[in-house]
Design a protein around this ligand. Structure first.
Ligand SMILES: CC(C)(COP(=O)(O)OP(=O)(O)OC[C@H]1O[C@@H](n2cnc3c(N)ncnc32)[C@H](O)[C@@H]1OP(=O)(O)O)[C@@H](O)C(=O)NCCC(=O)NCCS
Length: 141
């Protein structure tokens, strides 16, 4: 497998199937392209895992690098880690998160944080993440 940044052509080569692990998106392809460009402009890093035989995208994760006022280094926010159903439990998610953590470290992050459900806690715990404070949310729409 190869881990790299998302390209436009990936949308029709498995990337949307990966996103659907979180449910179907209400956006059509051209709206997704608008979002893709906005995310690039804002420096949001979207990583994908490409299958070496089929060249299809089988996993994805995003990283937001937040410069802090109180630290020289940044805080990394890990978002939307997913692996398509057919490739789960084969070590793909683990390799992907390790790759993103190495990228975060090389790009001057002193920590990486994320929110997850209880059922995914073991996956992240095996990668070294520990419970810290509480995740909170307010719905505005
Ligand atoms: C969570 C997810 C990314 C894991 O990816 P994956 O490729 O299946 O995981 P891996 O095969 O790399 O698993 C790595 C280790 O975590 C364990 N693990 C993975 N998912 C687990 C789970 N839900 N519960 C307990 N352990 C889990 C594996 O058994 C493996 O353990 P090992 O190293 O001792 O063998 C994947 O299941 C997924 O996409 N889920 C749907 C989307 C989602 O919920 N994403 C998380 C958003 S926070």
């Amino acid at each position: 497998m190869k881990i790299r940044f998302l390209k436009e052509k990936d949308f029709s080569h498995g990337f949307i199937d990966c996103l659907e692990m979180f449910g179907k998106s209400p956006l059509n392809m051209s709206n997704m392209m608008v979002v893709y460009k906005q995310r690039k402009k804002h420096g949001i890093k979207t990583f994908v895992v490409e299958d070496k035989t089929t060249f299809r995208i089988i996993g994805s994760a995003s990283l937001i690098l937040e410069p802090k006022f109180r630290y020289v280094e940044k805080c990394g926010h890990l978002e939307d880690v997913c692996v398509v159903g057919t490739h789960q439990n084969q070590g793909v998610g683990k390799k992907l998160v390790i790759h993103v953590l190495e990228y975060a470290k090389a790009n001057k992050c002193y920590k990486v944080i994320l929110n997850c459900t209880e059922e995914n806690y073991t996956f992240y715990n095996k990668l070294g993440f520990k419970k810290h404070e509480h995740g909170l949310r307010i719905d505005l729409t």
